[in-house]
Design a protein around this ligand. Structure first.
Ligand SMILES: [Zn+2]
Length: 317
């Protein structure tokens, strides 16, 4: 009898301890998300070289309108580095849970991310930086960090050659703004590979010179050249304030990079996460080396499609 009582006491004690252990979830990665830690954050991607006359043709018009939509829906901007801090378990998800938050990113690092300009028809181009500065009251930033993030192509030679291939003036794809921008906190600066394995280049840093797809980066030497060497240049130019995330060119996240190279070498290169364009919201169980984004002009093309898309990400939370 005594033995039975003792053993049932031990069983109950063990069960209580196990239950408490299961309940002890400081961060979402340790268990299923709860109501207090559940989040769903859309990450948006724009291209400042997408220039034209209206919302559909021109990402500057589109982003300005989308920010008005986000303001009317009660959204705030979440700095990408904070999203990564949550996904890596450094910040508790309760800081972003049950809130209306969106992240904003730009690809390729052309000058209108930072500088105003003039369209071929003579109208003024508002830089992404200006649009994000003007929208600070309507769509405030939640937590500290840069309001947006520009993924830039590292190699100056590759950018030069691309500008020539597109018959552009030589100042369209320079890096003279990276350092100031990285410090300023409106448009952060991050790695978009060495040369984007862009098809307009004669030679790309891929062993067989395969162009036009980042899925061909599937060996250590190619990954080292495209990602680690790119990071070294970006660190040198943009300085310490650059943001520790890779934007996969074309949004392609090859399994070798996602599952082997980046989890193994990413932290020593200075990378804490990587972004694809998989077209879903970021949630508690998102792989930090394959953070999905929505691309303007691809995942949505009109203001109505934009608000529907944002609403659909709320429904999944
Ligand atoms: Zn790109």
């Amino acid at each position: 009898m005594v033995a039975f009582t003792h053993s049932s006491f031990l069983t109950r004690l063990t069960q209580t301890m196990l239950t408490n252990l299961r309940r002890w979830r400081p961060f979402a990665k340790l268990g299923k998300p709860t109501e207090q830690t559940n989040f769903s954050v859309p990450v948006l991607c724009y291209h400042s070289w997408q220039l034209g006359d209206n919302y559909t043709d021109d990402n500057h018009f589109a982003m300005e309108q989308d920010l008005r939509t986000l303001a009317s829906m009660g959204y705030q901007i979440l700095p990408t580095e904070q999203l990564i801090a949550v996904l890596s378990g450094k910040v508790c998800p309760s800081n972003i849970a049950n809130r209306k938050l969106a992240c904003i990113t730009f690809d390729d690092g052309k000058r209108w991310d930072f500088y105003d300009g003039v369209r071929s028809n003579g109208s003024k181009i508002k830089s992404f930086r200006r649009i994000l500065t003007e929208s600070q009251n309507a769509v405030p930033t939640h937590l500290n960090g840069a309001r947006s993030l520009a993924f830039v192509i590292a190699s100056p030679d590759a950018r030069n050659e691309l500008s020539q291939a597109f018959s552009e003036p030589p100042d369209y794809w320079t890096h003279d703004w990276w350092k100031k921008s990285a410090k300023e906190g409106i448009v952060g600066v991050a790695n978009h590979s060495w040369d984007h394995v862009h098809d307009a280049l004669k030679t790309v840093r891929q062993a067989e010179n395969k162009k036009g797809s980042f899925f061909n980066i599937e060996t250590y030497p190619d990954a080292h050249a495209q990602i680690a060497e790119a990071q070294t240049i970006i660190d040198k130019i943009a300085g310490k304030k650059r943001i520790s995330v890779l934007g996969y060119p074309y949004g392609h996240a090859p399994s070798y990079l996602r599952e082997e190279f980046l989890p193994t070498y990413g932290p020593s290169i200075g990378l804490k996460g990587a972004m694809s364009t998989a077209g879903r919201a970021v949630t508690n169980d998102t792989n930090i080396w394959d953070i999905p984004r929505f691309v303007c002009g691809h995942h949505w093309k009109t203001p109505t499609e934009f608000s529907e898309l944002i609403r659909s990400t709320e429904a999944s939370s």
